[in-house]
Design a protein around this ligand. Sequence first.
Ligand SMILES: NC(=O)c1ccc[n+]([C@@H]2O[C@H](COP(=O)([O-])OP(=O)(O)OC[C@H]3O[C@@H](n4cnc5c(N)ncnc54)[C@H](O)[C@@H]3O)[C@@H](O)[C@H]2O)c1
Ligand SMILES: [Zn+2]
Length: 239
Amino acid sequence: MKDSIDDIKAILALRPKIAVLTGAGISAESGVPTFRGSDGYWKGKSAEDLASMQGFSQDPHGVWEWYNLRRQKLKDIKPNPGHDALVRLEELASSFTLVTQNVDRLHQQAGSGQVLELHGSIWPVRCMDCDYQEDRFQVDLPAEPRCPDCKGWLRPGVVWFGEALPFGIMEKADHAVRMADLFFIIGTSAVVWPAAGLAWTAREAGAKVVEINLEETPATEVAHISLLGKSGEILPQLL
Ligand SMILES: NC(=O)c1ccc[n+]([C@@H]2O[C@H](COP(=O)([O-])OP(=O)(O)OC[C@H]3O[C@@H](n4cnc5c(N)ncnc54)[C@H](O)[C@@H]3O)[C@@H](O)[C@H]2O)c1
Ligand SMILES: [Zn+2]
């Protein structure tokens, strides 16, 4: 591990172009549950059941109960040393793009500049029937959130399973990854596409690929360096 960390430090000394992809794992040490394993179930339903149009259509009350619970918990949660280290990494890079699959906004709370939120954010809401949308950052919502304009159901501003990503965002992420000298893939199980594909793109385009995760993932095969452990402990060691 020490040799690998020294290799990365040597690259950082050259002010590289850096691209980063993060997943739920980087927020785990802040106390945000990931979706895989035993944390991924709520009242017997999986994240895929809850975070989908089909799941919402079948049980909008249940799905909002789940999101409201997550929103309430997130209000008290703070960024951890992993998020903080990425803010400092940005200062060492000649260009820096942070792509996240997380919907918690903890990167922005830590102070990261531009963040490409591939899967949107849990904080904004939008109407399912009209154009109404609003950012409700850290604001409690009613059990049954309705549109003030048309009384239709509001939904959270996240990308649900089976939905398209925000327009143009994958192109921006792809471009940054192709330009990068150094690519980090951190705390993601690398099974949700197209996000996971960025690791393969980075490798093909010639970046040095570094994975940080508690365990190996499908992306480990394209990583030049795999650092096994907690991102909140490993990332600060790079600085
Ligand atoms: N915080 C959030 O915003 C949040 C939380 C859960 C799920 N999600 C959504 O669910 C989907 C889940 O995919 P995913 O790949 O992001 O997460 P995931 O839950 O599938 O996988 C989490 C990964 O993080 C690793 N991990 C856990 N703790 C870690 C730590 N301390 N340090 C380093 N690695 C750690 C695990 O080994 C695992 O590979 C995403 O699309 C995301 O939008 C978001
Ligand atoms: Zn409406």
